[in-house]
Design a protein around this ligand. Structure first.
Ligand code: CA
Length: 217
């Protein structure tokens, strides 16, 4: 899933980024409100993790502005343990949930998956894709009851297609998913990952729409 982490404490941000990327998410990082607002204006995030105390203002203002503009992206606010009033204000401002600092990263990841699925209208964690069984919460896939191992990048591409199921994702949309893992990606990276997924999952699982992109039918 493509996520946005809005956090100005760099060492905390780096540990969260490492964990979520290893967990198969494509994560962008903003250190202030202006950067976060610009990122949200151009990218379609499955979930935003929002710190409240930011150098250019309160994350709550960003959240209120998004909700006023009709943006329903799931938002998890990050608050310190003793700031209960922040949590209440955050939920009132339209946050979907909150996580308490310091993060329990496994819990953060589980909550992100739950809210992102709800945001995509897919609350169930287990879904069938052709003859595959997919557990989005656990990031696992079975084919004929055999566990198929995907790398975190392969999973990120597959999960993006699954989240958009039935809709064509362009090559550049999938490049963005891969691009948040690495600063630079090869020009043919999307084709490489699609081909790896087809060889692991079956050639018919992902369809190519020539000139448009790829779709999980
Ligand atoms: Ca902060």
């Amino acid at each position: 899933m493509r996520l946005l982490l809005v956090e100005d404490t760099d060492d905390l941000a780096q540990s969260v980024l490492r964990f979520l990327r290893a967990d198969g998410h494509a994560v962008d990082h903003a250190m202030d409100m202006a950067t976060a607002a610009a990122a949200m204006a151009v990218a379609d995030y499955a979930c935003v993790i929002l710190d409240l105390g930011l150098p250019d203002g309160s994350g709550l203002d960003l959240l209120r502005a998004c909700r006023r503009a009709g943006d329903r992206t799931p938002v998890l606010i990050a608050t310190a343990r003793d700031q209960i009033s922040d949590r209440i204000a955050g939920l009132d401002a339209g946050a979907d949930d909150y996580v308490v600092k310091p993060f329990d990263l496994n819990e953060l990841s589980a909550r992100i998956r739950a809210h992102a699925r709800r945001g995509q209208g897919l609350p169930e964690t287990r879904v069938a894709v052709g003859e595959l069984e997919v557990d989005r919460a656990a990031a696992r896939i079975w084919k004929d009851r055999t566990d198929i191992r995907l790398t975190s990048r392969e999973w990120a591409v597959f999960d993006a297609l699954l989240g958009a199921r039935g809709r064509v994702l362009s090559k550049s949309a999938l490049e963005e998913v891969l691009g948040s893992f690495d600063a630079a990606i090869e020009g043919n990276a999307v084709e490489v990952y699609i081909s790896r997924l087809r060889s692991k999952l079956g050639s018919a699982v992902i369809e190519t729409r020539r000139g448009l992109g790829y779709v999980l039918p």
